[in-house]
Write a protein that binds this ligand. Structure first.
Ligand SMILES: *[C@@H]1O[C@H](CO)[C@@H](O)[C@H](O)[C@H]1NC(C)=O
Ligand SMILES: *[C@@H]1O[C@H](CO)[C@@H](O)[C@H](O)[C@H]1NC(C)=O
Ligand SMILES: *[C@@H]1O[C@H](CO)[C@@H](O)[C@H](O)[C@H]1NC(C)=O
Ligand SMILES: *[C@@H]1O[C@H](CO)[C@@H](O)[C@H](O)[C@H]1NC(C)=O
Ligand SMILES: *[C@@H]1O[C@H](CO)[C@@H](O)[C@H](O)[C@H]1NC(C)=O
Ligand SMILES: *[C@@H]1O[C@H](CO)[C@@H](O)[C@H](O)[C@H]1NC(C)=O
Ligand SMILES: *[C@@H]1O[C@H](CO)[C@@H](O)[C@H](O)[C@H]1NC(C)=O
Ligand SMILES: *[C@@H]1O[C@H](CO)[C@@H](O)[C@H](O)[C@H]1NC(C)=O
Length: 369
């Protein structure tokens, strides 16, 4: 297949991906507004292996890039103040998230895998880079950060060099954090820490995966202390690796809609249907360029051929001009090399004029009948 067809198909693909980005949800807090778009549901269960490119319809790399290796995707801080953030385009309304992760090591560096809703309910796994023998569990309700007494610290060996299974289980009655099959923490819906349910996470959440620096100027003293002090940028890069993530949605609908501003789970309406995420997961493998070409209509084929022909004519014309120019340059150089005087050079110039007029006439030349 000619390269220009690839180029045109590439342009179409690039345009499509721009459109997808444009469709992305804007920040809208449903406890503040009644006109937020419904959240796209996952509506099923799926495991994503991070050893090959993630489907950009389902995952949005909002900051930084992923570096794929055979064991997973590296979330890498490569330069001072750099960070990474991957966000799912789908939401779960209660469910399970199982992440197999190697944390990034280094004071002031935070690796995190969290569930977060549009009104800032949050369920967290966080690895604080100075301690590679621990992981922290945490949660937030409606972005309430008045106190910071909800975090838990759990021992885990070699969290930076070994993958472990960090699973959060979430339903309307309780939250559970599991490490390698061991239950390490439970939070009930109604207890003092959740302000008796009021700050219990209970609205549809997206998955967010990040490796970011908290130990930098501009962060609060509390945050910097929590992170173990300032980042030592001489230790770059800081790498967190994700092997796989399994996500299970406890509902099987299409979308989640906030019916009022309470942010209570009773206010969430599950819109029935098949989710687009489910369709995306179950769709046939991506087509190759030549398959895409075959799928285009005959009209599109003709269009592409015409475009290609026009491009060919232009390339041919430019090439022709370039050849002539090179030839003249060569003659000019030879003339200079031979020490020809300016008159001779002028003569060559005239010759050039003659040639171009001859060329010009050729175009309008008509054979005498
Ligand atoms: C709600 O909206 C008001 C006014 O726009 C803003 O000041 C406030 O921060 C918002 N609250 C949340 C939780 O987004
Ligand atoms: C990714 O890992 C899974 C599980 O080990 C394996 O089945 C799959 O073939 C791997 N894919 C690539 C592209 O290496
Ligand atoms: C925020 O959390 C604090 C401490 O847990 C609690 O006293 C307060 O009522 C909460 N605020 C809201 C608006 O829920
Ligand atoms: C890391 O966390 C573990 C588990 O809580 C703890 O036993 C250990 O003392 C911590 N290490 C450091 C350097 O803080
Ligand atoms: C990870 O842990 C969860 C919770 O214990 C468990 O259900 C799941 O099967 C584990 N995954 C693997 C691959 O062992
Ligand atoms: C959570 O609920 C269980 C029973 O459902 C109870 O045994 C446990 O003590 C509760 N935990 C807290 C912290 O209230
Ligand atoms: C990193 O961020 C800090 C705090 O905002 C700033 O002082 C510093 O200049 C930044 N460094 C670079 C290289 O941008
Ligand atoms: C969902 O998909 C299934 C299988 O593809 C189909 O049978 C069913 O009618 C769909 N449901 C809706 C509400 O579209």
């Amino acid at each position: 297949m000619a390269p220009f067809i690839s180029l045109i198909l590439f342009a179409i693909a690039a345009f499509q991906s721009v459109c997808v980005i444009a469709e992305d949800q804007t920040d809208c807090n449903p406890t503040n507004s009644t006109s937020c778009d419904p959240d796209a549901a996952l509506g099923t269960e799926h495991t994503w292996w991070f050893n090959s490119t993630l489907d950009s319809e389902l995952w949005d790399m909002q900051t930084g890039t992923l570096d794929y290796t055979s064991e997973g995707a590296n979330f890498e801080i490569k330069k001072e103040n750099g960070s990474t953030l991957l966000v799912s385009n789908f939401y779960i309304f209660f469910g399970v998230m199982e992440a197999h992760v190697k944390m990034a090591k280094g004071a002031g560096i935070i690796s995190s895998v969290i569930l977060q809703s549009d009104d800032l309910d949050e369920i967290d796994w966080e690895w604080v880079g100075y301690n590679t023998s621990a992981v922290q569990s945490d949660f937030f309700g409606k972005g309430n950060t008045t106190t910071s007494d909800r975090g838990g610290i759990h021992a885990v060996s070699n969290a930076d060099t070994e993958f472990h299974n960090y699973t959060s289980y979430w339903d309307k009655d309780r939250l559970e954090w599991w490490i390698d099959g061991n239950l390490v923490r439970i939070v009930n819906y109604s207890e003092p820490l959740t302000v008796y349910g009021k700050n219990y996470p209970q609205t549809p959440c997206r998955v967010k995966v990040s490796n970011w620096p908290v130990g930098i100027k501009g962060q609060s003293i509390g945050n910097i202390e929590w992170g173990g002090g300032y980042v030592d940028w001489d230790d770059l890069p800081f790498i967190m690796t994700v092997q796989r993530i399994r996500v299970q949605d406890f509902h099987s609908g299409k979308e989640y809609e906030y019916t009022d501003k309470t942010g209570s789970y009773n206010s969430i309406k599950v819109i029935e249907g098949n989710s687009t995420a489910k369709a995306e997961i179950n769709k046939k493998p991506k087509k190759t360029l030549s398959q895409k070409w075959d799928d285009l209509s005959a009209g599109a084929h003709i269009g592409v051929y015409c475009g290609a022909a026009a491009a060919g004519v232009i390339i041919f014309a430019v090439f022709g001009w370039w050849c002539r120019r090179q030839r003249q340059k060569g003659r000019l150089q030879r003339a200079l090399d031979n020490g020809q005087n300016s008159a001779e050079l002028k003569e060559m110039d005239l010759g050039k004029q003659w040639r171009s007029s001859q060329w010009g006439q050729k175009g309008s030349y008509q054979p005498v009948p």
